[in-house]
Structures are given as C-alpha cells and as structure tokens.
Design a protein around this ligand. Structure first.
Ligand code: HEM
Length: 489
C-alpha cells in the first residue's frame, strides 16, 4: 500500500477557503489588477502550461507589477514587485498557505518541512534548526570536499561529461551521506533513480485535470506512483534499521559529533520533551533529500554553463581557486575559508538570480488581504516568482545578462526587501541555504582548480526545462579539459 495521492488535511491546519471562481462568484473588479482575458476557453491555461516563465514575464511586461487571470475558471493573481513579494512571504505570511502543487507533493514527501503547515510546521522547524546550526557546517563542508574530490578523480581529461546528471549524482551523494552516513550506500542508485522520476513528474502530474489518471494503468503515471512509494519504503526501512540499532531520543547538543542527520532527527526533542515519530522522521528525511540535491545540482549546472560564456569571470574563479590553501594542501576547507571567496560567491548569487531553482512560490490567500493596494479575495491563488522579480530592470541593471560583478560588497544589503529571494523568506525560508552555498562554493572551486568545462552543444547556454525546479534541458554535455592544457589556450 503506497502513500495516497490526496490525503485529508490534518485537523490542526487552517481551513483553506474554496478557490475563487469569478464566473460563479464575481469579484469586485475594482479591487483586482488587469490581466489577460481570453475569449477562447482554456487558452490562458494552455499558454501558462506550455511555457510558464515566459507567460509570467509577458504578464509583467503587459500588465506591470500585478495581474489577475483565470486558470480553469479559478482566480490567480501574480505579484512581482519586491514590496508585494515581501508582503506575501514575510509581512503578511500568516494570511497565506502554500499553494498549487504542494498538496500534490505530499504523494512524494508526506508531511515534511516543505509541505506541512502551521502549527505543525513551526514545531518541526524549531526542532530541525539544530542539525543545520553553524557548529555542524564545518563537518558537512569536510564531507562535501571529500566526496567532490573523489568525483573529480573519476573525470577523464579530454572526454565529454554529461554535466547535469553528474551534478545531480554528486549533490545526491552529498545529501544522502550527510543524512544517512554510509548506511544508504547500496540504496543510493535506487534513491537517485526514483527521485529523478518523482521530481520530473510531481509538476507534470499537477497540471489541471491530470489527477484523474492517478490510478490509471498508463505506464507514465504508474512510474510516478511507483517511484514515490519506493522512496517512502526505502526511507522507512532506513529509519527502522537505525531505531533497531538503539538510537534514543535525547538532546542534540549531546549527540555524538559524528552522528549523521538521521541520527540527529531521531534524537531531536522539542521543548516539551516530545520527539519525532518514525513517520515524521521518514517524511523529513525524504524532504531533505529532495529539497537538498536537485536545487543545488541545477544551480551548479547553470553556473558552469554561464561561466563558459564569460571567459573573464572564469579566469577570476580559477585564480581564486588557485589561491585556496585547502585545495593546495588537499585538506577539508573551513566555513570561514569558504565565506572568503568573493568570486565563487558572486557566481553563485548571479546564477541564483537568473536561474533560481525554485522559480515560483505559489500561495493561497486564507482570508481577504490587501497587498500593496491589491485586494486579494480569500481563496485566491497567488503567484510570486523569483524568476520574474529577479529580472526587474529597476533593480538589476542589464537584467538578462550574467554579471557576477554586480555582487560587490554591500550590493545585496542595499537591495529592497523582496527583490532577491532565491531561498524564499519568512518562516518558510530555505532551511538548507548555508548548506547549499557552502556546497556550491566547494564544487565550483574544486572543479575550477583542476578543470575547464567546455560545452559541446551548439547553443552557448542550455535550454531551460522548468519543472518543480528550474532545470536545464537534457544532459548538458561538456568536454573536460585539464587546467594546464586549458591555460595554454
Ligand atoms: C541552491 C539550492 C537551494 C535553493 C535555491 C533552495 C530554495 C528554497 C526555497 C525558495 C524554499 C522556500 C519555498 C517556498 O517558500 O515556497 C526552500 C525551502 C526549503 N529548503 Fe531549500 N533550497 C536549496 C537547497 C536546500 C538544501 C541543500 C536543503 C537541505 C539540505 C534545503 C532544504 C529546504 C527545506 C527543508 C525547506 C522547507 C523550509 C520550511 O518551510 O521551513 N534546501 N528552499
């Protein structure tokens, strides 16, 4: 028996008002911003589905910072101005819950930190803060550097490497080892394959009307259900095995330093002494694997692709890599050393601006709420998009160009609130932001020290394939050139 596709909402969660159907319950037009209206039924839905980032960019070009439209008869409001983004994610976050897609994600993740809601979310978030505390980051960085060096040792100069799946495998290995230690070594390939199917299809199966195929025998849909169930089964087994080894609930601060994340999750206790149930640990573990590898892998694939289009920045990065004592001495880096890498940090910031792995944050309005003069009716779908807001020409000069040089000291601090939110904001801000940025810096610098990756495709940049995350389409082949040879060219 696998996980259900649609489980009832836990009783503690707030009731979500029904979606607003303007045809049935007209909304006072004055309160809502203008937006695309189509006389042909379903045309807007089709355009939205075919290329959502483009649809959203068109909305901003034609209608400005806010626009309202209907998808399958339900009201959606897109909000792009930084102040609006800040209202939805931070200032008025309690007027919203996570929107379209997240309910669907429960098939894969159950009730983990990404999908759960208040008051459960806050309790879990409080508990899960500890494993991501600064004091643990040095250990994670050491593991990341070791696994990266092992991966690079396997690269053969002169050969063509499929960059996207390689980054996916490396970041999965990093998060799986951090989470399960060596306990999941023989499950890694199965977890990777199942995650790949699940992530690809979470979004596809969210398309309006496709849920009627949930229990069909069509292989495409069966594969999604099978992958989700397999992930749950593997995580359940790993939790059971670890419990059997006698992990007891206790204080995380006293947990052994070498304890992996699974051990910590089992040991976590809330202020009232309660700990996670096995099902909760299973869901949180799957959530960390899913949110912790695909996002970082996509960022790296885009970063190496952008770097190949900008030889000057690539050279700057290589110089920074050559100056890293930890790379020269073949030892693990400290967090402090990694934070002092302005070029790698700017490359990551700029990549996360242009190709934010989480490119939309869908929400639902729990009640009538005013966002910077836009009156949202209770039940409205709300779309905030990192992809669009990060390209606001009023904030980022030359918004479509890859220009890491804009991230000079103090640039980020000077941005308006809500203008740059690759990791979200508010209580739902990414738990793994520091983890991801450390990992990104390590992999960028370790590769730059030894190799140059030269795209072999015809396009300078890969095409995008926006799914639940903003992926590059296809394997993104690159030729692996050893640095010494590359330096002679
Ligand atoms: C470049 C890499 C990453 C990016 C761009 C990213 C982005 C995000 C964003 C935007 C959210 C908020 C989603 C929303 O508000 O709708 C989020 C949530 C989350 N992320 Fe990340 N993430 C990254 C890496 C990671 C890593 C490495 C981990 C864990 C190891 C992680 C764990 C989580 C978790 C648990 C949440 C849910 C937090 C909550 O609701 O309390 N992420 N991430």
């Amino acid at each position: 028996m696998g996980r259900p596709f649609t489980a009832p909402r836990p009783a503690e969660y707030a009731d979500v008002p029904p979606a607003v159907r303007p045809a049935v319950r007209p909304t006072p037009a004055a309160a809502l911003p203008a937006g695309p209206r189509s006389v042909v039924p379903g045309r807007t839905t089709l355009r939205f589905v075919r290329d959502t980032p483009r649809f959203l960019m068109d909305l901003r070009r034609r209608h400005g910072a806010a626009s309202a439209f209907e998808l399958r008869g339900e009201l959606f409001v897109a909000l792009f101005a930084p102040a609006m983004v800040h209202d939805v994610l931070v200032a008025k976050q309690h007027d919203f819950v996570k929107g379209v897609g997240f309910a669907r994600m429960r098939k894969v993740l159950g009730e983990g930190l990404l999908t759960n809601e208040e008051p459960v979310h806050l309790r879990h978030r409080r508990m899960m803060q500890a494993p991501f505390h600064h004091s643990r980051l040095d250990d994670y960085a050491a593991l990341m550097a070791t696994l990266t060096a092992e991966e690079l040792d396997r690269w053969t100069p002169g050969t063509v490497l499929p960059l996207a799946p390689t980054m996916m495998r490396l970041t999965l290995e990093i998060v799986a080892r951090t989470l399960f230690g060596t306990g999941a070594a023989h499950d890694a390939a199965r977890i990777g394959a199942a995650m790949d199917v699940a992530i690809d299809r979470i979004e596809r199966t969210m398309l309006p009307g496709l849920d009627r195929f949930d229990h069909s025998s069509l292989p495409w849909f069966r594969a999604f259900a099978r992958a989700s169930d397999e992930l749950a089964a593997i995580a359940e087994r790993l939790v059971r095995e670890r419990r059997a080894q006698g992990v007891t609930a206790g204080d995380v601060a006293t947990a052994r330093k070498e304890e992996d994340l699974l051990g910590l999750l089992l040991a976590l206790r809330d202020e009232d002494g309660s700990s996670f149930s096995d099902d909760e640990v299973r869901d949180e573990a799957l959530t960390l694997i899913l949110s912790g590898h695909e996002t970082t892998a996509n960022t790296l694939t885009w970063a190496f692709s952008y770097l190949a289009t900008d030889p000057e920045v690539r050279l700057d990065l290589e110089r920074e890599a050559d100056a890293q004592a930890w790379l020269m001495e073949g030892r693990p880096p400290t967090v402090e050393e990694l934070l002092a890498t302005p070029v790698a940090s700017a490359v990551l910031n700029e990549t996360l601006r242009l190709a934010p792995p989480v490119w939309v944050a869908p929400r639902r309005a729990l009640r009538d709420v005013d966002v910077q003069g836009v009156g949202l009716p209770a039940g409205a779908h709300v779309i905030v998009s990192q992809y669009v807001t990060h390209r606001d020409p009023a904030i980022f000069a030359d918004p479509d160009r890859f220009r890491p040089d804009r991230w000079v000291e103090g640039f980020e601090r000077g941005l308006p609130r809500g203008a740059y939110v690759p990791f979200g904001a508010g209580t739902r801000r990414c738990l793994g932001d520091q983890f991801a940025l450390l990992e990104g810096r390590i992999i960028l610098l370790a590769v730059a020290r030894r190799f140059r990756l030269v795209p072999t495709g015809r396009r300078p940049l890969p095409r995008a394939q926006p799914r639940a995350t903003y992926r590059a389409r296809g394997p993104v082949p690159v030729r692996v050139e050893p640095r010494q040879a590359a330096l002679r060219t």
